[in-house]
Design a protein around this ligand. Structure first.
Ligand SMILES: [Zn+2]
Length: 296
């Protein structure tokens, strides 16, 4: 039998103590104030689905955009003999070790949800200034170290429901998103025009390819959507793409307009490219909904 280490959080520390004999270390996950309780149903292992292999060239950061600090996706290498997590920034290739109980850090699985076992950890959500190059740049600018905030989107139990496109149902574990994306997502009822909203999406964190460069996805600021259900009525994105006269096309045009204005309202100032639709040939299967790097 393959041995697995349980991820421990403050909330289930009592439960953890029962297992302490089997674990060499405990792993806490972010965000602290919203650290989800691990209820019984959360101990179900989430099935693995590969992300769609696609390039998102549009999501490269414009050169003139100034971002002081933000959350980035680091790659998890494993625990060292002291129980510290070794992580690598896939963009710069830099590696550091971090405290697994650091409340600023979230350990996620391939799908971008809080990992359950050490073996499930694929991505580590970490402030960029944990890496030496960012730290140097920041101290040179005398910069603020604020990275904003990550929030937990609960797609099974929250007010905006949904599921990963490759999964048969929602995940009961928390999906980690940037606070700006979370806030705009919660406006979905007015954006999509209905009380009950269900999203079929291709995830937030992006595929492996994606993580090798900075993108709105690997800073937890974007979601790719292929279907939206409003008050029980399904609007498939592919239908909107194929048929410009369809009710779906009218629906998505309205949704795009409302999403962009909601982002402007949330983030302030000039905001561009927060949505990418069928006019881009890489977005014929899903609609890109995001915020911007400057949005705290
Ligand atoms: Zn996208």
């Amino acid at each position: 039998m393959k041995s697995k280490k349980y991820l421990l959080s403050i909330e289930n520390i009592v439960l953890s103590l029962l297992f302490i004999g089997f674990t060499s270390s405990s792993i806490a996950s972010l965000p602290v104030d919203q650290r989800p309780r691990l209820d019984d149903d959360q101990w179900i292992r989430i099935s693995h689905h590969d992300h769609e292999e696609e390039n998102h060239s549009h999501e490269e950061r414009p050169a003139d955009e100034k971002v002081i600090a933000e959350y980035i996706q680091a790659e998890f290498i494993g625990l060292d003999s002291f129980g510290r997590a070794k992580i690598i920034d896939p963009v710069t290739g830099e590696s550091v070790t971090v405290d697994i109980n650091d409340p600023e850090i979230s350990f996620l699985n391939e799908e971008g949800v809080l990992a359950e076992y050490e073996a499930d950890i694929e991505i580590v959500a970490v402030p960029n200034f944990y890496f030496p190059t960012y730290r140097t740049r920041l101290s040179g600018q005398g910069g603020s170290r604020s990275v904003g905030k990550l929030k937990s989107w609960k797609e099974c139990s929250g007010s905006i429901k949904g599921r990963y496109a490759g999964a048969s149902r929602c995940t009961s574990r928390a999906r980690v998103v940037h606070s700006s994306l979370y806030d705009v997502l919660m406006k979905m009822p007015s954006i999509a025009g209905g009380k009950s909203i269900y999203l079929v999406h291709h995830g937030i964190t992006g595929d492996r390819n994606h993580r090798k460069r900075r993108s709105l996805h690997n800073s937890f600021r974007a979601i790719d959507v292929s279907e939206v259900k409003v008050n029980g009525k399904i609007y498939r994105y592919r239908t909107a793409v194929r048929n410009s006269k369809s009710a779906e096309r009218r629906f998505y045009n309205k949704l795009i307009k409302n999403w962009e204005s909601a982002v402007r309202k949330r983030c302030g100032g000039v905001v561009n490219a927060t949505t990418i639709n069928w006019t881009d040939k890489k977005h014929r299967s899903h609609l890109h909904l995001g915020t911007t790097y400057n949005c705290r």
